[in-house]
Design a protein around this ligand. Structure first.
Ligand SMILES: [Zn+2]
Length: 424
């Protein structure tokens, strides 16, 4: 087997060009508990626990490094060509130990050390980190999909916005309708690893499994195999890039980081809003006159989605184009399957959209309901209600169809959009 052909063995019951979401509460409700209370499994998606890594554990778990498919993949890779770079050490508090690393010369293009994006070793795909087109905001959302994000996806659909969505493998198998919604709406779907760890601290086999099983999950649910991925925390070096390259994956990082995940957690909301304000200004003060950006934002929780909804109108006023990374990069085929075609930038300008972009969502007509569903929530009470929602969503997702509850794990809290309207 040629390692690049691994995806041809994946199975799926989804035609990415013709996705119909059933009229079930998980698809059209805006109430977080209702969306997540039980989870009907899409007919074509048979989740068999023994066939997947344990959710939110390293993707070699549950014997996944010994399966026939993974063994074959592993053997198909010529590891002798991999850059000789050591596995990094994590610190006790979960950070990266850079002791002894030559950060000034950064021989391994370790982004965490130097924000390096141009590989220094052979045979490694170069990162994408900003849109080349002027006056362009590269719209990206990390850490989905999630059972409780219907209103946010409705909002994007209503605004006719396409984003690059970096999906976590554990979330994809846990909440398949969220991923199906993403591809149905024509978003650019990419891989964000199985369990969202610091990739440079994982062994070769673990890095491969984190990417491979996420690719497999995305293909199973959405019918496409991504050609792009984003490392959690941006933690990538040429060893990790090389392994990703074996799977045909190119790394997408960012040029601007809103830090939105920290809003109300480790940073005041005002600090994150200030970040947004700064990046928005760049669209009208000449900074983006020769190129665009790619902005790191998240769909993790109520706060990050609310900040997105609040700021998108201003972003659109200050930037000529607010688009996904595939479109701004003129990548017409962002998946292994060439049946799905994205518009070139020129085609986008003339009004063409991705061929996946069927636009009649079962819930789009009720997007206004997002504004009224919990209009009584005030901004000041949002954090309290959000954390309550997270707890109930976690508990409730573990009740049916063999799905396990997903731990919050710092990035994956299932939080609803109950106060979306209050912050708009
Ligand atoms: Zn992430």
């Amino acid at each position: 087997m040629n390692s690049q052909d691994y995806w041809k063995k994946f199975t799926t019951g989804t035609d990415p060009r013709n996705i119909t979401l059933p009229k079930v509460k998980q698809v059209d409700s805006f109430d977080p508990v209702t969306q997540c209370t039980y989870y009907e499994t899409p007919a074509q998606f048979k989740y068999v626990e023994s066939e997947w890594p344990t959710m939110w554990e390293t993707a070699t778990s549950n014997g996944m490094n010994k399966t026939a498919e993974f063994t074959a993949l592993n053997k198909s890779i010529d590891w002798s060509k991999m850059p000789k770079i050591p596995v990094r050490q994590a610190t006790a508090d979960g950070g990266l130990n850079m002791t002894g690393y030559d950060e000034d010369n950064d021989p391994d293009c370790w982004w965490s050390a130097s924000t390096c994006t141009k590989p220094k070793h052979q045979g490694v795909n170069e990162d994408i980190y900003q849109c080349p087109e002027p006056d362009t905001w590269g719209l990206t959302y990390d850490d989905g999909p999630n059972c409780s994000h219907n209103a946010f996806y409705d909002f994007l659909e209503e605004k006719k916005l396409k984003a690059s969505m970096f999906y976590i493998g554990s979330n994809v198998v846990n909440w398949p309708y969220g991923a199906m919604r993403g591809i149905k709406n024509g978003h650019h779907i990419a891989d964000h690893t199985w369990s969202h760890q610091l990739m440079t601290t994982l062994s070769n086999e673990e890095v491969l499994a984190e990417l491979y099983y996420t690719q497999k999950a995305i293909k199973l649910i959405t019918g496409v195999t991504p050609l792009h991925w984003r490392p959690a925390f941006g933690d990538v070096d040429d060893r990790v890039r090389w392994i990703a390259t074996q799977l045909g994956l190119t790394t997408i990082l960012w040029s601007e980081d809103t830090d939105d995940w920290a809003a109300g957690e480790t940073e005041p909301v005002s600090t994150v809003q200030h970040n947004y304000d700064d990046f928005i200004k760049m669209g009208s003060n000449g900074t983006m006159s020769t190129h665009g950006n790619i902005v790191l934002t998240h769909e993790i929780n109520n706060m990050t989605m609310s900040l997105a909804v609040k700021n998108i109108p201003q972003i659109q006023k200050n930037y000529k184009h607010v688009i996904d990374v595939a479109t701004c990069m003129n990548i017409s085929h962002p998946y292994q399957e060439t049946t799905v075609k994205f518009p070139s930038f020129a085609e986008y300008l003339s009004g063409k959209t991705a061929t996946t972009g069927s636009n009649s969502s079962s819930s789009s007509s009720s997007s206004a309901g997002a504004s009224s569903s919990s209009g009584s929530s005030s901004g000041s009470s949002s954090s309290g209600s959000a954390s309550g929602s997270a707890a109930s969503a976690e508990q409730s997702t573990g009740t049916s169809a063999g799905f396990k509850s997903v731990p919050a794990n710092g990035v994956a809290a299932a939080i609803a959009l109950t106060v979306l309207a209050a912050l708009v």
